[in-house]
Design a protein around this ligand. Structure first.
Ligand code: PA5
Length: 449
C-alpha cells in the first residue's frame, strides 16, 4: 500500500491493544460477509466490483456525451440530490481551481447545481443567472420520483423548451436514472433524451463511480479514467485481505467502532484544503445515511481548517469529550504561493518570509493535531500525496468499503434509508397531496391550523 495511508498512532492512547485484537475477528467475519454478499442489504453491493468492471465502451460513451455538452454549453446545470448529487460535486469542487467560476473559456462550461434543495431564492437566482447563457442539463434521479430534482427539472426543462424548442431542448438534456422504472425514465423515453442507467444494485450514496458521478465529472473536464483507476487500485487492496496491516479500510472501520464503543459517538472529518469541503459533505451523507439507524450510529460532522479553528476549534479543544477526528491530510499542494518579506515587519511575520503557504498549513495541521490529542480527542490521519483524480478515486472507494464494513460492525443495514421517508410524508400531507388526507388532518390539528 503506497498511496493512501491511515495513521492511527494518535488513537492508540485511547484504546487498548486487546480491543484491537478482538475486533479483528469481527472485521474478518464482516469482510467475508461483504465479499460473499451474504450480509444485510446484499442486493445493493454492485458498487464493490463496479470500478474494475467499467468497460472502455462505457468510458467512451460518457466521454462522447461530455464532449458534446462541453462544446455547446457555457453552463451545465446538474440536477440531483443526496447520492445523485454529492459525489460529483465533491470531485468537481476538489479539482476545480478556486476562482474558475469567474471566467468562462469556450469548451469548458461552468457546472452549477439545482434540485439539491427547495430554496425559491436560489432557484430564481439560478434562472436569472442562466439569462441568455447557452446551457444544458444533466438530470439525475435513481427513483425518478424525488421531489426536489423533479421540481428543478420542470423549471429548467420549460426554460430550455422556450429557448430552443422541444427538439433543441431534448438535445441539451441528459437523464441518468433507473433502467426501467420511475417518472424520469418514462419522460426520457417519451422525449427521446439521451440517457444513462444507474445499476439496480448500486444505491444512491454508493453511485459516484457510475454515470451519476462520472458524466458530470467528465463534463467538468476531469479525467474519469484516472478517477476509476484509483478506485480500482483501492478495490484490489481492500478486497483482498481483512488484515489491518494490509487493509486501511478495515483498520478505519475497526478504530471508529472501538472509539464509538468507548463513548465517542461523533466523528469529525477535518480538511486543510478548502477544495475538499464538498468531499466532506459527500462523506457525511455516505456515513450518516448508512449508519444512523435503529437509534445508533456514529454522527458524521465536518470542519474546514484552519478557517474553522476560529469557530469550532474551541469546542474541539475543550468541549464535551464525545468526539474523535479523522484528518484528511494532503501531502503536496498543487500550486505555489510564498510569504513575501516586508521592510517594516509590523506583523512580525518576517521569520516566515520565503516559506511556502503549504508548509505553514502543514505546521498548523500538526500543531492542531497534537493540541487536540492533548485535549483528549483521538485523531486518525488519512494521508494522500496530493489532490488529483487518481487519489480521489482511491479515497472514494476506501470510504465506501469502510462504510459498508463499519455498518455491518454496528449491525445495521448500511444500504437502506427508511428514516428519510418521514419528512416527505409530512411535507406531502402539508401540501395537500392526494392520498395523504388522514395525515393532513392529523398535522393540521397538531399545528392548530
Ligand atoms: O443515498 C441515497 O439513496 C439517497 O441519498 C438518494 O441518492 C437521494 O435521496 C436521491 O434519490 P434519487 O436518486 O432517487 O432521486
Amino acid at each position: 500500500m503506497k498511496d493512501l495511508r491511515l495513521d492511527i498512532e494518535n488513537v492508540l492512547p485511547f484504546i487498548e491493544q486487546e480491543e484491537l485484537i478482538s475486533i479483528q475477528k469481527e472485521i474478518f467475519y464482516q469482510h467475508q460477509q461483504l465479499l460473499s454478499k451474504s450480509g444485510k442489504g446484499s442486493d445493493f453491493l454492485g458498487w464493490i466490483d463496479l470500478p474494475g468492471d467499467i468497460s472502455s465502451e462505457e468510458f467512451e460513451s460518457l466521454e462522447r456525451s461530455a464532449a458534446f455538452l462541453r462544446e455547446m454549453s457555457e453552463v451545465v446545470v446538474m440536477i440531483g440530490i443526496g447520492g445523485s448529487y454529492l459525489g460529483a460535486r465533491a470531485v468537481i469542487e476538489a479539482l476545480t481551481p478556486a476562482f474558475a467560476g469567474f471566467r468562462y473559456h469556450k469548451g469548458n462550461p461552468l457546472i452549477v447545481y439545482a434540485g439539491h434543495q427547495l430554496s425559491e431564492d436560489y432557484m430564481a437566482d439560478l434562472m436569472e443567472f442562466l439569462g441568455d447563457k447557452a446551457f444544458s442539463v444533466i438530470v439525475i434521479s435513481k427513483s425518478g420520483t424525488t421531489t426536489e430534482p423533479a421540481i428543478a427539472f420542470r423549471l429548467l426543462k420549460q426554460e430550455l423548451e422556450k429557448r430552443y424548442g422541444k427538439s433543441g431542448a431534448g438535445d441539451r438534456i441528459i437523464a441518468i436514472t433507473d433502467k426501467l422504472r420511475g417518472a424520469l425514465k418514462t419522460m426520457a423515453d417519451q422525449e427521446g433524451y439521451k440517457s444513462f442507467v444507474i445499476p439496480d444494485d448500486v444505491g444512491g450514496r454508493f453511485s459516484v463511480l457510475t454515470p451519476v458521478g462520472l458524466l458530470p465529472i467528465a463534463v467538468a473536464g476531469f479525467n474519469i479514467r484516472k478517477l476509476v483507476e484509483g478506485a480500482v487500485e483501492m478495490q484490489t487492496v481492500v478486497n483482498s485481505s481483512a488484515l489491518f496491516e494490509e487493509n486501511p479500510a478495515a483498520l478505519y472501520a475497526a478504530v471508529r467502532n472501538l472509539l464509538y464503543r468507548r463513548g465517542k459517538p461523533v466523528e469529525v472529518l477535518v480538511n486543510y484544503e478548502s477544495g475538499l469541503s464538498y468531499f466532506t459533505e459527500w462523506w457525511k451523507q455516505l456515513y450518516g445515511e448508512s449508519e444512523g439507524k435503529q437509534n445508533r450510529g456514529i454522527f458524521p460532522a465536518g470542519v474546514n481548517f484552519t478557517t474553522d479553528l476560529h469557530s469550532m476549534g474551541q469546542y474541539l479543544q475543550d468541549g464535551l469529550r464525545v468526539l474523535f477526528e479523522t484528518v484528511l491530510s494532503v501531502e503536496k499542494p498543487r500550486r505555489k504561493a510564498v510569504v513575501p518579506e516586508e521592510a517594516q515587519n509590523l506583523d512580525g511575520l518576517n521569520f516566515l518570509s520565503g516559506t511556502n503557504l503549504g508548509r505553514i498549513n502543514h505546521m498548523a495541521e500538526l500543531g492542531t493535531l497534537l493540541a487536540h490529542v492533548d485535549g483528549g480527542v483521538p485523531v486518525m490521519k488519512l494521508i494522500i500525496p496530493e489532490i488529483n483524480e487518481y487519489y480521489l478515486g482511491e479515497l472514494i472507494y476506501f470510504f465506501e468499503f469502510a462504510c459498508a464494513l463499519s455498518g455491518y460492525i454496528l449491525d445495521v443495514n448500511p444500504f437502506d434509508q427508511p428514516g428519510v421517508e418521514e419528512y416527505k410524508r409530512n411535507m406531502f400531507a402539508l401540501l395537500g397531496k392526494a392520498g395523504y388526507e388522514r395525515e393532513t388532518q392529523e398535522l393540521k390539528k397538531r399545528l392548530n391550523w
